[in-house]
Ligand binder design. Sequence first.
Ligand code: NAP
Length: 259
Amino acid sequence: MSHRISLNNKAASTRLVVGGNRGIGIALVEAQLGRPGVSTVIATHRPTADTASLLELKRRHGKKLILQELDVTSDSSLKAFGSFLAQQPFGIDLAIHAAGLLHDDDIAPEKSLAHCKASHLMRLFEVNSIGPLMVAGALIPTQKRNHRFTFAALSAMVGSIGDNRLGGWYGYRASKTALNQFIRTMANECRLKHPRAAIVAIHPGTTDTDLSRPFQKNVDPEKLYSPMTTANRLLGVLEGVDESHSGQFLNWNGSTIPW
Ligand SMILES: NC(=O)c1ccc[n+]([C@@H]2O[C@H](COP(=O)([O-])OP(=O)(O)OC[C@H]3O[C@@H](n4cnc5c(N)ncnc54)[C@H](OP(=O)(O)O)[C@@H]3O)[C@@H](O)[C@H]2O)c1
């Protein structure tokens, strides 16, 4: 049976989540495993990641969940991922790039120009901008020309230039802005090569994950959403997206965000 079907006809839909081992990513994996029309969920995780939660989902859902290693900043890992996708007998109907970086042991969002360090800025661009572009570069050529699919990258409202009134967070902001430009550029290219594809950036809303945790004290608790709430809202929007939305920067409620 062909799995290449419209997302609106939800029988046997195949999904991919990049960065599916924690945060919003694993909520997207779990939410889709629970959707009756979804036949397969492919979840990627870094080789070094703690996969205990994913393995628990695998124990519960069996063959419906496929786990695949991927470090979006490693050429060899991206090559292996491309080969893995090319071997799949089905098309991907919805791919969500949920991997991203705001802070780690070395990197913290810059409060001012004086805090900007070239090596940190480069790492943020490597993970947040170039990573999703390379993932799309591995995925899109494996999809048949007339297959209807959506590639969505989790961006961030702070990547909007038009909405930037506060400043700060130079590297994260600009890496998401660059991601948005990559999305728009890929959407333009895909209009000819994959006319039924939708390539979008989407802001997930402020979500209670490791990424946002150090910055939650000024967030209204009513506007801090659980990963599962965010996942279901994102799926509600992304399952309704088609080629007419390609190239847009979407908010979690389906509205568009100024570039
Ligand atoms: N949470 C929010 O409020 C919020 C708001 C706006 C936008 N976003 C965006 O939403 C996305 C998900 O955020 P989150 O809150 O779920 O973050 P998170 O909990 O920190 O999870 C980040 C994910 O990215 C993965 N990752 C990092 N570097 C990677 C690499 N080189 N290769 C592959 N995977 C990598 C991590 O894998 P490891 O476990 O291996 O580190 C982890 O799975 C990000 O793009 C973020 O910018 C989040």
